[in-house]
Design a protein around this ligand. Structure first.
Ligand code: ZN
Length: 272
């Protein structure tokens, strides 16, 4: 089932996207037994939002050998355990939204990644064998990264934490097996203005999804709706204002985002 979150004239809600391009509205959240409101919308008439609003996005660095090789000298060798970092919830944007390049920044890269969405029970101290029961579904993530700051800061909070640096979507597939696919072997790719950049398979992950969920769950409780980004294959490269980034994963569609300059909107001086 394809779960979306969307904005209609009536407000924001979750829905189920069917094969005919129709969205069936859900009451409340999409976990557990779904309750439909009966309202249906043509997908063209609504705006898809990030399919979930996570309390945190937990990311895994250096999880594809070919990406480690291309980053050699900047971020070191393959880790013996998963390398974790966080992106703030405020970095999340949806399909069609603009990635905003920070002022004076000239080295922002795309990173197409398989994104795991945690289900209703959450995940705390689960084994790899127990991890699949904690997973709600899968979507696409783009771990947008400011490469110069990643290098100069020594840790990655700023480089990966800017507003708009975590596009997610377009939908969450809750039953990949039901459509004949295995999350452990999906084609993953990224193009910029139609030009091929990244091209890999999730079978190349050094640490697979059950191992990652288990490992993270022994550090921090994963709450329902939290997102785990599993790492990016080789081919990362710069994006500039005016460009269009498309991340595609088999069975999960294409996550398309424009790129624009910094947004100067400030909260200073406004009413509280
Ligand atoms: Zn990444």
């Amino acid at each position: 089932m394809r779960i979306v979150r969307f904005a209609s004239p009536q407000g924001m809600s979750f829905g189920v996207l069917d094969g005919d391009g129709q969205v069936a509205q859900i009451e409340g959240h999409p976990f557990g037994q779904l309750s439909f409101t009966g309202a249906r919308f043509a997908q063209a008439d609504v705006r898809l939002l990030s399919p979930i609003l996570p309390s945190k996005v937990v990311c895994v660095g250096k999880n594809y050998a070919d990406h480690i090789a291309e980053m050699k000298g900047q971020t070191g060798d393959a880790p013996s355990e998963p390398l974790l970092f966080l992106k703030p919830s405020t970095s999340v944007i949806g399909p069609g939204d603009a990635i905003r390049i920070p002022p004076r920044s000239t080295n922002v890269h795309h990173e197409a990644e398989l994104a795991v969405v945690i289900g209703a029970r959450g995940a705390r101290n689960v084994s790899p064998e127990q991890a699949p029961a904690s997973i709600f579904g899968y979507t696409i993530g783009n771990d947008v990264t400011e490469r110069d700051m990643q290098k100069s800061d020594g840790q990655w909070t700023r480089a990966k934490g800017f507003d708009s640096f975590c596009p997610l979507g377009p939908w969450i597939e809750t039953d990949l097996a039901g459509v004949g696919l295995d999350p452990a072997d999906l084609a993953i790719s990224c193009t910029v203005d139609g030009e091929p950049r990244q091209n890999g398979r999730t079978s190349q992950l050094i640490f697979g999804v059950p191992t990652l969920i288990s490992y993270i769950s022994r550090v921090m409780t994963l709450l329902p709706g939290d997102v785990v980004l599993t790492g990016t294959p080789a081919g990362v490269g710069p994006i500039r204002p005016g460009q269009r980034v498309e991340c595609t994963i088999e069975g999960l569609g294409t996550l398309t985002n424009s790129v624009t300059g910094a947004d100067a909107v400030s909260t200073a001086g406004g009413s509280r």
